[in-house]
Design a protein around this ligand. Structure first.
Ligand code: PLP
Length: 356
């Protein structure tokens, strides 16, 4: 018998994740070029020779620290190998085959991946003006809907949905639906009307707020993220957790990172200053871009993004091509906001590529 005949049909439909390609200046995966807190690096070094031991299976200290940091019930904190793993746990714990999962297109890759993996129905709602169309997403909810993903800020466009828009949406979400508010870029947000999503957790709604140490905390390589939910929802997620899912080095690095607010402030400042620099450069080149609440900018370069990518690679710069997000984004690239030197190098290369 062929393996293909043994494989679950839905697994056969899964497309492997295509990671951002690397280059000496990598502006492809929304990493933080300033790097992690020195306290985190020190903690990793100090614990390096203790990796012979299995990690704390329930991340006792990090859970307590996160609960204190966000002023939430520690029972409601669930920690994973990146917020990717929390998305995976949501699928394992809650999704029965044939149930509906709603998400915006273009999506963050893990939403369709988990939906297909769990053999569920994809209900895709096209972004409107490059942002989540929450009224249409609420409208799409049926008796068979189990899960809705809302990326806020939205990767790849950098747009966001406001406090009021989310409140109106939440009013329309029935009790049998779980809402995953994916806030991987939360720490970079500067919009005054960005929602306080933890209020829905405190109200006991069926909501999980996803956060990560991969972005502002610059620990992407260690894989560390978490969800905050009402305790019954978090307990259900922990039921499908592998026994030692979070490495000991990730746990100590995360803990140390929370003790260094200056690292977060530095990184936020860089993104705020540099996004102004990049906007001005794009304006000068006459390129259309979307104002961002993340550490990346979606910009229409006016030529095929794959060609633009290949030509930027010749200048040692990697960005993300828009074609992976759908045909209408063929001319768009997503560029991570780097250090000033990286951004200057990127702009100078882009000017050459576009002849501007
Ligand atoms: C919207 C969004 N959600 C979740 C993640 C996953 O982050 P991680 O698994 O590294 O925590 C990312 C990473 O790029 C993202 O952009």
């Amino acid at each position: 018998m062929q393996i293909a005949d043994l494989l679950r049909p839905n697994v056969a439909r899964l497309r492997p994740y295509s990671p951002g390609r690397s280059a000496p200046i990598k502006l492809a995966s929304n990493e933080n070029p300033l790097g992690p807190s020195p306290l985190a690096v020190q903690a990793i070094r100090e614990h390096a020779d203790r990796v012979l031991l299995y990690p704390d299976p329930v991340c006792t200290e990090l859970t307590a620290a996160l609960a204190e940091h966000w002023n939430v019930d520690p029972q409601g904190v669930v920690i994973g190998r990146g917020s990717d793993e929390i998305i995976h746990m949501l699928g394992l714990a809650f999704l029965n085959p044939g149930e509906q999962v709603i998400y915006a297109t273009p999506p963050f890759a893990l939403y369709p991946f988990t939906t297909t993996l769990m053999d569920c129905e994809h209900v895709t709602i096209p972004a409107r003006d490059y942002a989540h169309d929450l009224p249409a997403m609420a409208e799409a909810i049926t008796d068979r809907t189990k899960l809705v993903f809302v990326g806020n800020p939205y990767n790849p466009t950098g747009t966001y949905v406001t406090e009021r828009q989310v409140a109106e949406f939440m009013e329309r979400v029935p009790e049998h639906v779980i809402v995953a508010l994916d806030e991987a870029y939360y720490e970079y947000v500067d919009a005054a009307d960005f929602p306080d999503s933890l209020q829905y957790v405190r109200q006991g709604r069926n909501v999980v707020v996803l956060r990560t140490f991969s972005k502002v905390y610059a620990l992407a390589g260690l894989r560390l993220g978490y969800g905050i939910a009402p305790p019954p929802l978090a307990t259900a997620l922990k039921q499908v957790r592998e026994p030692f899912n979070v490495s000991s080095l990730a746990q100590v690095a995360g803990l140390a990172s929370l003790r260094d607010p200056e690292q977060v402030e530095r990184s936020r400042r860089l993104v705020l200053e540099e996004k102004a620099f990049l906007y001005a450069q794009f304006d000068d080149m006459g390129l259309r871009y979307l104002p961002t609440q993340g550490n990346f900018i979606f910009v229409d370069v006016g030529i095929n993004s794959v060609e633009c990518f290949e030509r930027l690679i010749e200048h040692d710069i990697a960005v993300r091509t828009g074609h992976i997000f759908g045909d209408e984004f063929i001319n768009w690239i997503r560029v991570t906001i780097g250090t000033h030197e990286q951004n200057v190098a990127f702009i100078s290369a882009l000017r050459k590529v576009l002849d501007k």
